[in-house]
Design a protein around this ligand. Structure first.
Ligand code: SAM
Length: 287
């Protein structure tokens, strides 16, 4: 099966990646379902009042985010097996999660003999407060950086990782080694939301940092769970090609429109701090 590059395809990623050649991808940015959407028919669009939560509240209730645990493990095993096969020995795989799913991802990586290079904590200092008062405020997500080459041939721009700084990152000092805790506020620039919203959309600057240290200009980035297209936007901005897969046709359209605007120079990048926080994961685990 051949997939056109620089497009997000309406495809199940497990079937679709099976059609890609061995060792054809330089970087995988995988933001899979976290398996958070448990329970009932709450909506994420702020339209459903939830008693006891002080007004309208929301939670992702998407079929794609709600699997029995063992099914989630089988699903993880299937997509990660395919991702391992298509990633070059010089390539890297980055997988996002929270405590709900990251243990399963970690276990599956080890089962598949995919080496974990680092566990990165994405610190979200502007995470949504805990309303129940029965938990600490969830303010981080976890990213696993992994590779499957035999001799740690994965591309890592160490010098660049030392040079990177950002005004909003209080933990990264110019010229110093990059640590495994990244202080990246979860705000999105206005243009990141201007083509529609996705309940678990990540900020572009999170993936841009990964691409800065692990991406290869002119290389190919694979986004198995493309959502609103954030991973692909970051890849495109860095001069990489991309292939994305997404099962929800509405998100496929939204993401491809977003990328078209990006390619046509229509996405004016505005300061991220000018916008509201869209932090669905925090809200979902608050209850
Ligand atoms: C966590 S979201 C990704 C969000 C994305 N990082 C962004 O910033 O917009 C996961 C996405 O995977 C999609 N998805 C779920 N199962 C899938 C599958 N088997 N193949 C492809 N996409 C899938 C969902 O529809 C959802 O949009």
């Amino acid at each position: 099966m051949n997939f056109q590059k620089n497009l997000i395809h309406h495809q199940d990623c497990i079937e679709a990646i099976a059609g890609l050649p061995d060792q054809s991808v330089d970087l995988v940015l995988a933001d899979p379902p976290y398996n958070l959407g448990k329970g009932n028919a709450w909506k994420w669009d702020n339209s459903a009042p939830l008693p006891g939560m002080g007004g309208n509240w929301n939670k992702a209730m998407e079929a794609w985010d709600d699997m029995p645990l063992f099914d989630y493990f089988k699903f993880t095993l299937l997509w990660l097996s395919q991702v391992k096969r298509v990633t070059k020995p010089t390539g890297s795989m980055w997988i996002c999660g929270t405590y709900h799913n990251i243990g399963i991802i970690n276990f599956t990586l080890q089962l598949l003999e995919i080496e974990i290079v680092n566990e990165v904590v994405w610190f979200k200092r502007n995470s949504f407060p805990n309303l129940s008062g029965r938990r600490l405020t969830a303010s981080h997500e976890t990213l696993l950086w992994a590779h499957s080459g035999k001799k740690r041939k994965y591309h890592f721009d160490y010098e660049k990782s030392k040079r990177i700084t950002a005004p909003w990152d209080m933990l990264k000092m110019d010229g110093k080694q990059m640590r495994t805790v990244w202080d990246i506020p979860n705000n999105k620039a206005r243009e990141e939301l201007s083509h529609g919203r996705h309940p678990t959309q990540k900020p572009v600057r999170l993936f841009s940092r990964i691409i800065d240290i692990c991406g290869k200009p002119q290389g190919l980035m694979l986004a198995p769970f493309a959502g609103s297209g954030t991973e692909c936007v970051a890849a495109w901005r860095a001069g990489m090609s991309y292939i994305g897969f997404e099962t929800d046709p509405a998100f496929v359209n939204m993401a491809n429109q977003r990328l078209d605007a990006e390619k046509n120079g229509l996405n004016l990048t505005l300061p991220a701090d000018a916008t509201e926080t869209e932090d669905h994961e925090d809200r979902a685990i608050d209850v």
